[in-house]
Design a protein around this ligand. Structure first.
Ligand SMILES: NC(=O)c1ccc[n+]([C@@H]2O[C@H](COP(=O)([O-])OP(=O)(O)OC[C@H]3O[C@@H](n4cnc5c(N)ncnc54)[C@H](OP(=O)(O)O)[C@@H]3O)[C@@H](O)[C@H]2O)c1
Length: 381
């Protein structure tokens, strides 16, 4: 589009030198603030940010300058330019506009267990990338605190929470109902919440707690939210699993009820069930526009399994050198959003590396047995 009225070159120079009155004159005369002149190949907004002209940048943004504009012949954006200045006030200004019409903001992603650990880091990264995010938290207080914190640190206010507990079939169903009511526009479900139990703990349904939270909960959420995900396709389900699943040994008669409980093996057993579900459900989802994959996020220093019974003092010391939650967020975010995984389903990734499934997961008879048992458990509840 060519500039109408006023003069684009004069607007550009006024923006560069911080002459707010002249900038106002040209914009109000009808000059297109987003036009990129072939001689300059950039926008007046980028020029004002580069020269740290805060008031001019603010006026241009308020006048419709595109906060996500890319230089026609480069990769510089208003945000990258602001970040290069290291001027916090300017960065905050650009960020607050940056997310308003961000192309990714049309996609809404729900993350279970988003109040701490890897889930919180996933939410943070997604917000930074411009997505709209909903986290689930067990406690309302934690939900409010995290929403406030992440909105402030990312400057992206498109974050909210839904309260929900994954420790029983009924509470999972209640959470599903809330999500359907408040967020029927979600495109991605990240089943992240998980537990590593030190002691055998049974839930209200008579199920062992890690079997419930790590396997049954993602099963219920995935299946019951599929109709809305399919409506909002292309859609994805990401199961945050664990590489340790390969050490799991499933006994369908005993595992659901904790009859083979072991503080060391039960976590792996529950993740083995989750990988079995990932394979089978990917088949069921074929042609629906919804994909499902599982991922090991890395060995990450979080609160997982943080009990004296599971963590010797030695492990606790070593744990300090494990990677940070931000690292653990990288692969789940990649699975949830990357273009290269469009349409890819039924896979297991060790971080970003595609891995073959272990023999135990590929045992079809065992998977069918687990599936039938699961459906029977759900039908009875
Ligand atoms: N850390 C690792 O090295 C590692 C490695 C492989 C896989 N993973 C997987 O990564 C995922 C995230 O774990 P993390 O390391 O971030 O652990 P974490 O720091 O212990 O966080 C676990 C999250 O799950 C939530 N949660 C637990 N039980 C729940 C329940 N009954 N209902 C609702 N939410 C519940 C927690 O909420 P509360 O705050 O309310 O408890 C918390 O938000 C898990 O699936 C885990 O198995 C972790």
């Amino acid at each position: 589009m060519t500039p109408a009225g006023g003069n684009w070159k004069e607007l550009y120079h006024a923006a560069q030198h911080g002459n707010l009155e002249l900038v106002k004159y040209h914009v109000q005369s009808g000059v297109d603030v987003n036009y990129q002149h072939p001689e300059f190949m950039t926008t007046p907004l980028i020029a004002s940010i580069e020269n740290q002209q805060y008031e001019v940048a603010k006026f241009l943004l308020e006048s419709g300058a595109d906060p996500n504009a890319k230089e026609v012949f480069g990769t510089q954006t208003p945000l990258s330019t602001a970040q290069a200045t290291k001027n916090e006030k300017l960065i905050t200004l650009v960020q607050s506009f940056h997310y308003l019409n961000h192309p990714n903001s049309r996609r809404k992603i729900i993350v279970t267990g988003g109040n701490r650990g890897i889930g919180k880091a996933i939410a943070q990264q997604l917000l930074t990338d411009g997505y709209e995010v909903v986290i689930t938290t067990r406690k309302e207080k934690a939900g409010n605190e995290v929403v406030e914190e992440l909105a402030a640190t990312t400057q992206n206010s498109k974050i909210s929470f839904v309260q929900g507990d994954l420790s029983s079939i009924q509470s999972c169903r209640a959470l599903v109902a809330t999500i359907k009511e408040k967020h029927s526009d979600i495109n991605v479900l990240i089943n992240n919440a998980g537990v590593w139990m030190a002691d055998k703990t049974m839930n209200a349904d008579g199920l062992e707690m890690s079997f419930m939270v790590n396997y049954i909960a993602p099963y219920i959420l995935s299946k019951e939210l599929t109709p809305i995900l399919a409506k909002n396709k292309p859609a994805r389900i990401v199961n945050v699993n664990a590489g340790l699943y390969v050490t799991g040994g499933l006994d369908v008669k005993k595992t659901p009820y904790g009859e083979d409980f072991s503080s060391m093996k039960t976590y792996a057993n529950s993740k083995l069930c989750n990988t079995m579900f990932t394979i089978d459900y990917a088949k069921e989802l074929e042609g629906s526009g919804v994909t499902i994959n599982a991922v090991h996020p890395g060995v990450i220093n979080t609160g997982l399994g943080d009990s004296p019974k599971l963590m010797s003092r030695m492990v606790k010391m070593v744990k300090r050198f494990w990677k940070k939650p931000e690292y653990g967020a990288i692969a789940p975010v990649w699975l949830a959003t990357s273009e290269e995984l469009a349409g890819v389903s039924g896979n297991f990734y060790n971080e970003k590396k595609l891995m073959p499934y272990s023999k135990k997961v590929l045992a079809e008879k065992e998977r069918l047995y687990l599936q039938k048992t699961t459906e029977a458990i759900l039908a009875d509840a």
